[in-house]
Design a protein around this ligand. Structure first.
Ligand SMILES: *[C@@H]1O[C@H](CO)[C@@H](O)[C@H](O)[C@H]1NC(C)=O
Ligand SMILES: *[C@@H]1O[C@H](CO)[C@@H](O)[C@H](O)[C@H]1NC(C)=O
Length: 471
C-alpha cells in the first residue's frame, strides 16, 4: 500500500499521555546537557591539540617502560614480511645493464669505459674487490666486450670472485694479467689496442683514483675524460626489482626508528645508548653495514653530529635520529626528529618542526619528472625561507641513493643541469638548525614513478613530532 502525497504520517501517535511528554522533555534536556558537555570537551581537546601544533589527537604519554626486548621481537617479526619476500637482483638484469651501457657508449661515441672496484663496477658485474695500490680494472669496449685487468699474482682470486658473482654465461669477460714488475697502464693500452673502434674517446668512472686516471692518460693514445652525465645516470634509473629492495630497506629503517622512539628511549639516556639501541634494532630487521647518528637537543644543530659535549635525554628533549643500513647491497637512509613530551617543547621549536614537515610535503605534492634538481631543492627551501628560517636550512635538500648512500643526482639549488627521470631515487631531507639551541631534520627516500610524480619509499612521512612514521 502506498500513501498519497498529501497524507501525512503523524510523528507521534495522538493518544499520548502528558507523562510521556514530560519524559521526553527530560530526555531532551539530558541530550542538551550532553551536547553542551560534548562541545566543551571538543573545545578542550581542540585547544590542547593546537597547543601541540597538530590538529589531531593529543600525544600518548611517553613510554618509559622497559618493554624494549618485546618491542624488538615485534619489530623483527614485522620486518620479515618484506625481507622474506625479496630476492637479490636477478642475473638477467646484469645483461640488461651491460646492454644499456654498450648502447649508450655507441650513441655517445665512447670507445671504452674504464672502472675501478666501485658501486658502478658492482652494478654492471656483481664483482667485489678491494681497492689497493695495485690497479684492478674492468674495461668495457664498444664492441660489447668486458675485460678484467688483474695483478697476475691475484689472477686465481679474481677468477674465484668472478665465479662468485654468478652471472649468466652470456656475460663472458676475458681476463688479462699484469705482472708485478710490469705496468697496469701499459696493459690497458694493449687491451685497447686489441679492440677496433671508430671512436678514440675513453671515459673513466668518476670515482677512479687520480693516479689511475693519470696513469691511463699518459699510457694510451686516446683522449681520456671522466664519464659523461648520461653514462653516469644509467644506474640512477632503478628497476622494479631494485625499488622493491630499496622500499623494504627504507620501510624497516623507519619502523626501527619508531620502535626505538617508543620503546627504547628513557629519560636520562645518553646519545650513545640511543645509538646502540638503534643499531640493535637495525640488525634485528636484517640490515647490515648499519650506521646511526643520534643527537639530543642543541647537539641536533650539528647536521652530521660529532658535537663536543654529549647530551642526555630530559623530559623536554627533542631527539634526532639519522640512520640506515644495507639490504642486498642497496642502502637505506631515514631521519626522524621527535619530542619526548610535546607539552614541554616550546612553540618556536614546534613551529620549526611543522615547517620542515611542510617542506617535505611540498616536494611530494609538487615535484614531477622533468623538473630540475635545483627546482626540487628550491621547492623546499622557498617554503622554509617564507616561514622565516631560510638561513637555518644550511645544506642541500637531498642526494641520490641506491648501491651508494650518497650518489647522483644531488638535489642542490646549483644543480640546474640535472632533470628528474622516472626511476630516480633520492632523499628529501630539509632541516632547520639553530646552533646552541636545537636542530630538526626529517628525511624520507622517494622515487620518481612511471607517471612522473613522487612515491615515498618509506611507509609515510612522520605524522607529527611524537608519532612514529609508520602504521
Ligand atoms: C652477486 O654476488 C653475490 C655474492 O657477492 C651473490 O650472493 C649473488 O647471488 C650474486 N648475484 C647473482 C645475480 O647471482
Ligand atoms: C623557545 O626555544 C627557542 C629555541 O631554543 C628559544 O630561542 C626561545 O627563546 C624559546 N622561547 C621561549 C618562550 O622559551
Amino acid at each position: 500500500m502506498t500513501l498519497g502525497n498529501n497524507e501525512t504520517t503523524p510523528m507521534l501517535p495522538r493518544r499520548q499521555s502528558s507523562n510521556h511528554w514530560n519524559k521526553l522533555k527530560h530526555k531532551t534536556m539530558l541530550l542538551r546537557t550532553l551536547l553542551v558537555l560534548g562541545i566543551l570537551a571538543g573545545l578542550v581537546v581542540g585547544i590542547a591539540a593546537l597547543q601541540y601544533g597538530h590538529p589531531g589527537a593529543p600525544p600518548p604519554p611517553f613510554n618509559d617502560n622497559d618493554d624494549w626486548h618485546q618491542a624488538l621481537d615485534a619489530l623483527a617479526q614485522d620486518a620479515k614480511g618484506c625481507v622474506d619476500s625479496l630476492t637479490r637482483v636477478p642475473g638477467e638484469q646484469y645483461i640488461n645493464r651491460q646492454n644499456r651501457l654498450f648502447d649508450t657508449m655507441q650513441q655517445e661515441g665512447v670507445f671504452a669505459y674504464v672502472m675501478e672496484p666501485s658501486a658502478t663496477l658492482l652494478y654492471y658485474t656483481n664483482l667485489t674487490w678491494s681497492r689497493t695500490e695495485r690497479p684492478f680494472l674492468v674495461v668495457f669496449t664498444d664492441d660489447r666486450q668486458m675485460t678484467i685487468i688483474t695483478p697476475a699474482f691475484e689472477a686465481t682470486r679474481a677468477k674465484e670472485q668472478w665465479i662468485k658473482a654468478n652471472l649468466p654465461t652470456a656475460i663472458n669477460p676475458s681476463m688479462v694479467e699484469w705482472v708485478e714488475h710490469g705496468s697496469a697502464f701499459d696493459t690497458v693500452r694493449n687491451v685497447l689496442g686489441s679492440h677496433n673502434s671508430q671512436s678514440q674517446a675513453i671515459q673513466i668512472e668518476p670515482t677512479t683514483r687520480y693516479f689511475i686516471a693519470e696513469g691511463i692518460r699518459t699510457s694510451v693514445d686516446h683522449s681520456v675524460h671522466v664519464a659523461s652525465l648520461t653514462l653516469q645516470q644509467l644506474r640512477m634509473v632503478k628497476t622494479q626489482e631494485e625499488l622493491a629492495i630499496m622500499r623494504c630497506a627504507n620501510q624497516i629503517t623507519a619502523r626501527a626508528i619508531g620502535t626505538v622512539q617508543h620503546h627504547g628511549i628513557h629519560i636520562g639516556m645518553s646519545e650513545q645508548t640511543i645509538e646502540q639501541r638503534m643499531t640493535e634494532a637495525l640488525h634485528r630487521v636484517g640490515l647490515t653495514e648499519t650506521w646511526v647518528v643520534a643527537l639530543v637537543d642543541a647537539n641536533a644543530a650539528f647536521p652530521h653530529g660529532q658535537p663536543g659535549k654529549p647530551h642526555d635525554v630530559t623530559p623536554s628533549s627533542l631527539v634526532l635520529i639519522d640512520t640506515g643500513g644495507q639490504l642486498y647491497d642497496y642502502q637505506s637512509d631515514t631521519t626522524r626528529t621527535f619530542f619526548i613530551d610535546p607539552a614541554a617543547v616550546n612553540h618556536t621549536i614546534k613551529a620549526a618542526w611543522r615547517t620542515v614537515h611542510n617542506a617535505q610535503q611540498a616536494v611530494l605534492d609538487n615535484i614531477k619528472k622533468g623538473d630540475s634538481c635545483a627546482h626540487v631543492d628550491l621547492t623546499a627551501r622557498n617554503l622554509i625561507s617564507d616561514a622565516g628560517w631560510g638561513d637555518a636550512f644550511t645544506h642541500r635538500l637531498g642526494h641520490g641513493i641506491g648501491l651508494e648512500m650518497h650518489e647522483e643526482p644531488y638535489m642542490n639549488q646549483g644543480n640546474t643541469k640535472c632533470f628528474l627521470k622516472p626511476g630516480f631515487t633520492f632523499s628529501v631531507e630539509p632541516g632547520i638548525y639553530v646552533p646552541g639551541e636545537f636542530g630538526i631534520r626529517l628525511e624520507d627516500i622517494v622515487v620518481v614513478n612511471e607517471h612522473g610524480s613522487l612515491d615515498l619509499l618509506t611507509d609515510g612521512l612522520a605524522v607529527d613530532p611524537w608519532t612514529s612514521s609508520s602504521s
